[in-house]
Ligand binder design. Sequence first.
Ligand SMILES: NC(=O)c1ccc[n+]([C@@H]2O[C@H](COP(=O)([O-])OP(=O)(O)OC[C@H]3O[C@@H](n4cnc5c(N)ncnc54)[C@H](OP(=O)(O)O)[C@@H]3O)[C@@H](O)[C@H]2O)c1
Length: 247
Amino acid sequence: MPRYCLITGASSGLGRELAIQYADAGWQVIAVARSVNALNELHQKHKSIHALPLDLTDTQLFSAAVDQLSQQIPALDLVILNAGSCDYVDATNLPLDIFDRTLALNFQAQVAAVKLLLPLLQQSTEGTLAVVSSLAHLFPFTKAEAYGASKAALSYFADSLRVDLTDSAVRVCLIEPGFVDTPLTQKNDFKMPFLLQVSDAAGRIRKGLDAQQLRIRFPKRLVFSLHLLNLLPYSLRCKVAAGMRQP
Ligand SMILES: NC(=O)c1ccc[n+]([C@@H]2O[C@H](COP(=O)([O-])OP(=O)(O)OC[C@H]3O[C@@H](n4cnc5c(N)ncnc54)[C@H](OP(=O)(O)O)[C@@H]3O)[C@@H](O)[C@H]2O)c1
């Protein structure tokens, strides 16, 4: 009996690597992203990765695609909501378009994805819904007003969702990575502590999902450092955060 996994943001970075690792492990993978070419190329190399080109912020298109998918597969055993974007902002002239875009993808589209995909997950005897947020929301990072806020909202949503799905067969897993070397971070011009390679990060996610962890946070060194910073008196924590600004 094939196991079906749907991964969003599978055209690059973490999502692409997860798609390859799950395909290599024998899963049938439905790979969602906007870049048709990148998804087709993945399918050429790994026949068990199936391209589902889609802009996740277009709820109507997304809904139609899920209707079609429901005709083709019996259930989804794993959904990894991984698509996301990060743009930094200038606090002296807040770019509202970046806030709209970031919240639309990193939060609203994730809520829509849960609504649309939950029925297929519930068809599985053991469905797992994995939500990729970020450690970023644990600390007020410079220029991250839009990204951090979107991930804070997403983490809260996933935690709260788990509470209300307690009696269902669907398990909710919250994934909060630190820095991973992907196209998303390759544009960063600051030093990223404890940066991980993408294959390492995807491996940690798979291991945590296999172990049915409720929350997957890594690397531990960064988690520990952020916890320590959060133990500081509030005024000192604010000073440390301000000290991280770029000149
Ligand atoms: N890299 C890190 O250090 C890091 C740390 C913590 C958390 N994360 C989170 O991990 C996730 C993956 O990030 P990444 O680093 O792998 O970034 P990435 O390489 O930029 O990948 C982002 C993926 O999201 C897809 N995407 C963007 N907008 C979309 C849309 N409107 N509809 C459908 N797909 C869309 C992109 O594909 P298309 O452009 O083809 O649509 C791409 O496949 C994100 O949620 C990110 O916030 C990353």
